[in-house]
Design a protein around this ligand. Structure first.
Ligand code: PLP
Length: 366
């Protein structure tokens, strides 16, 4: 049995009739940007997430960049201000901060939850701190009441990086509606993925939404009138139409992921393999299923020899990347341990139980 990490072809095939019809509708409409498909998807996605506004943009990195840039244009932040962010995240969360001439303040995660350690945040807050960016990494909700309370107490913006957690909840709210603004990515491999790049910002703040929309459209709110030095960062109509189809199936696909995850949690039983702390399925949409192994590379090779494809998320932490040379001497032991030991098991809404059974059987024999 060959087990792929994730087969995008199978995911698209499942909905191919509707996706093909949606693409063809756009092709034949003669209208390819800033039209009814964007309008419809933005309305549906805002409703799904539970915010008043959704603004489509070119990708998830831009979504985060535009949120911070809009806060600068609105006078909430200025060059050199600090944004608290987990040290173990995909580089995009941090690039969005440095791109805006803001300073990322890296905070260690907890090894058991993999999410930012909220007990370490308060000591990092300075008069320059303007925001906390939480990242719902691996599909796990990173929000805690303590983080919400810190934002209130110190008057900080709460920004969510929801690139990996479409559909995830905290109590009765969805991630992406918990803070002041959220960035979403529709990169093909994400839980809600386009057939190419795509992204969005969700917020209840109309002024912020209007500013983000302008920034992603050359800085313009009125044709040929430029209020900001923006960029061209729009979501195109074909992607919006595809996303509108796939949004209807997101909750069902997340349930499939949760069934695979339940099987992994209930049956992986090997002292060499550590699983992350199990949390309620409401709070986890299992974008990835990370496990930890001290001999990670050997374990990965063993799985490969048994035709099981895995990936590492991520092999090098942001503070050890060449683009952030200035941080190379910082020590962040928990982050470094996660990056040294993490391995993501096959996980997708198209995975069968037989495939999950085979993966577990092979793991338990390691
Ligand atoms: C994918 C991802 C992004 C960036 O999204 P793109 O659409 O690829 O630009 C940002 N943050 C996290 C945590 C991600 O996983």
């Amino acid at each position: 049995m060959q087990i792929p990490f994730l087969s995008l072809k199978s995911i698209t095939e499942k909905y191919s009739d509707e996706i093909n019809a949606a693409v063809l509708r756009v092709v034949n409409s003669g209208w390819y940007l800033q039209g009814n498909e964007n309008k419809s998807f933005e309305e549906n996605y805002a409703k799904y997430i539970g915010t008043e506004h959704c603004v489509g943009c070119a990708n998830g990195l831009d979504a985060l960049i535009w949120i911070l840039r809009a806060y600068k244009e609105l006078g909430v932040m200025q060059d050199g201000d600090e944004v608290i962010v987990p040290a173990n995240t995909y580089i995009a969360s941090i690039l969005a901060i440095t791109e805006n001439n803001l300073k990322p303040v890296l905070v260690e995660p907890r090894f058991d939850t993999l999410e930012i350690d909220d007990s370490l945040i308060e000591s990092k807050i300075t008069p320059k701190t303007k925001a906390i960016m939480i990242v719902h990494l691996y599909g796990r909700c990173a929000y805690t009441d303590k983080i919400g309370a810190l934002c209130k107490k110190f008057n900080l913006k709460l920004i969510e990086d929801n690139a990996q957690a479409h559909g995830c909840r905290f109590d009765d709210k969805r991630t992406g509606s918990l803070g002041d603004a959220a960035g979403h990515s529709f990169y093909p491999g994400k839980n809600l993925g386009a057939l190419g790049d795509g992204g969005a910002v969700t917020t209840n703040d109309k002024e912020l939404a209007d500013t983000v929309r302008a920034l992603a459209n050359y800085g313009s709110q009125q044709k040929y009138v430029f209020k900001y030095c923006g960029r061209n960062s729009r979501l195109d109509e074909i992607q919006a139409a595809v996303l509108d189809v796939k949004l209807k199936y997101l909750d069902g696909d997340n349930v499939k992921r949760q069934q695979i995850a339940k099987y992994y949690y209930d049956n992986i039983n090997n002292p060499k393999i550590t699983l992350p702390k199990r949390i309620d399925d409401r709070n986890n949409v299992y974008h990835l299923f990370p496990v930890f192994c001290e001999q990670r590379d050997d374990f990965q090779q063993y799985l490969k020899d048994h035709d099981i494809q895995t990936l590492i998320h991520y092999p090098i932490p942001p503070h050890k990347q060449e683009c952030y040379k200035e941080w190379s001497s910082i020590s962040l032991p928990i982050t470094e341990r996660i990056h040294a030991q993490e391995l993501s098991l096959p996980m997708s809404p198209c995975m069968t139980m037989e495939e999950a059974e085979y993966v577990v059987e092979v793991i338990n024999k390691y």
